[in-house]
Design a protein around this ligand. Structure first.
Ligand code: HEM
Length: 479
């Protein structure tokens, strides 16, 4: 008798509608909706987003299967419409498909832009910007007026990155402060938005056009392009002086006719790489610092403990230095605990499956979109005791770090696509927080109590605190 081998069906799937599939179930904050669905359908779920087959993994074990064991089967990126124009047709690192071009580009950027050497070389910029931040917060402290920490942290990381990348502060460019931040914010919305063109390949663009999404996206691309052009002009005039910044480096690679994969590095490649640096670096670190401060305000015991650690370390110096941050073990635990509950990129950057493989015995087909829900992993009660509680001490007796080797905690992702800016981001966060915590005590604005600090999230590829965090600083030693 002829018997067909019994095949395990695909992963469990919540029922959907014709045409839209499960799109209506994503809601405004997809990582949260997907977390809820995963409790019912399990840590490997299949969804249909419009016409696009999608798999979502939501546990450390299944994330490990995807990002470590089968990384090579699923480390490409889908050709999404949002990032397409911003990345000059996927010429960047983050959205380029897995091919020789991406491999060589990533290698050169890891060596030149994201290296520990480069991070150390921009430390004077960080020192200067953090000093300025301390002065401006001290000014508010003397007037007893609240400081908008969400804005301050965003301003800090933006200034540092602009100086490191472009050799100047953005205040002196075509963009003033507000416009610069608005531009970065808008661009992010497009990178992370689930837009109709992606999920309805035939005609979805009509919806995006009607909703105005397409027009806004085009404007955002135009504005950023003008910004890069201005940077290139300034650098070519060569009157900027100082050390080699990112633009100098890219222009040098262009001039040397560096070959990456299938061709020479052109101006558009440089712009796409700058987009990654601008959008990859600024919000992620600022978001982390803001969430950390919000959590510390809600947990006065942890706040006291971390402040006494940083103040001990500071001693009689005027400021926490880069070397000091290495010693701040509790602060590092606070940062990890912040990333567990508030990973800045909760679904990582979506991957595209290249060849068939299995997770938990379920077959995953090529061309499937793959999301890793790190937000859900951080709240998994099988991994974390009392997951809703902010408890930095939980990292005391385990060796879990955030560098992509422990699949319980993946703020930077893992595998071939792991964030290359991990060291730059971590050191930025630790240095900024350490100084804000050592120099000031923090109080809630008049009439507010701890329970009033809300932890609502704002949607996008990166997820920050929706309401800006306003706190009143009190200069340490003067209260
Ligand atoms: C706290 C700070 C940061 C966080 C939480 C963060 C998080 C992430 C995550 C989750 C990914 C996707 C990983 C994956 O797909 O598995 C990523 C990719 C990336 N990040 Fe970061 N990031 C941070 C800082 C930075 C910085 C400072 C830079 C650059 C200066 C940067 C540049 C990039 C780039 C270029 C990619 C794309 C990598 C690829 O697809 O090959 N990031 N980041």
């Amino acid at each position: 008798a002829f018997r067909r081998k019994k095949q395990k069906p695909g992963p469990p799937s919540p029922p959907g509608f014709p045409i839209i599939g499960n799109l209506h179930q994503l809601g405004e904050l997809p990582h949260q909706s997907l977390w809820t669905l995963s409790k019912k359908y399990g840590p490997v779920m299949f969804l249909k987003l419009g016409r696009v087959p999608t798999v979502v993994v939501s546990s450390s074990e299944t994330a490990k299967q995807a990002l470590k064991i089968h990384d090579l089967h699923c480390c490409s990126r889908p050709s999404l419409v949002g990032p397409r124009d911003l990345s000059y047709n996927y010429l960047d690192i983050a959205f380029a498909p897995f091919d020789d071009y991406w491999k060589e580009l990533r290698k050169i950027c890891v060596q030149e832009l994201f290296s520990a050497k480069r991070v150390h070389s921009i430390q004077p910029i960080k020192d200067e910007e953090v000093k300025k931040l301390i002065e401006s917060v001290a000014e508010s402290a003397s007037q007893r007026s609240p400081v908008n920490l969400s804005q301050k942290f965003q301003g800090l990381t933006a200034s540092v990155i602009c100086k490191a990348a472009f050799g100047l502060s953005f205040q002196g460019t075509v963009l003033n402060n507000d416009r610069f931040h608005k531009l970065v914010h808008e661009a992010f919305l497009f990178l992370g938005s689930f837009c109709a063109s992606d999920f309805f390949p035939n005609g979805g663009w009509i919806i995006d056009w009607l909703t105005g999404l397409q027009g806004r996206r085009e404007k955002s691309v135009r504005d950023l392009d003008a910004f890069y052009e201005q940077m290139f002009d300034l650098h070519k005039q060569g009157n900027k002086g100082g050390v080699e910044d990112f633009v100098d480096l890219l222009l040098r690679l262009e001039k040397e006719e560096t070959v990456l994969g299938y061709g020479k590095l052109t101006r558009n490649h440089c712009k796409a790489i700058l987009m990654n640096v601008l959008l990859g670096a600024i919000s992620t670190s600022a978001i982390t610092m803001t969430w950390a401060m919000a959590e510390l305000m809600r947990n006065p015991r942890a706040m006291k403990k971390v402040q006494s650690e940083v103040r001990n370390q500071m001693g009689n110096k005027s400021m926490i230095t880069f070397d000091d941050t290495d010693q701040l073990n509790y602060l590092k635990m606070v940062t990890k605990e912040t990333w567990r509950l508030h990973p800045p990129v909760p679904l990582l950057v979506p991957r595209e499956v290249m060849s068939e493989f299995e997770i938990n015995g379920y077959k995953i087909q090529p061309k499937t979109l793959l999301y890793v829900n790190t937000w859900a992993i951080g709240r998994d009660p099988d991994t974390w005791k009392d997951p809703e509680v902010f408890l930095p001490e939980r990292f005391m007796d385990n060796n879990i770090d955030a560098k992509g080797q422990n699949f319980e905690l993946l703020p930077f992702g893992s595998g071939r696509r792991i964030c290359p800016g991990m060291y730059m981001g971590t050191t930025m966060v630790e240095f900024g927080l350490a100084n804000m915590l050592s120099q000031f005590d923090w109080k809630l604005p008049e009439g507010m109590v701890v329970e009033d600090i809300d932890m609502e999230e704002s949607p996008g590829l990166t997820v920050g605190k929706k309401k800006e965090l306003l706190l009143v600083p009190v200069k340490y030693g003067e209260n």
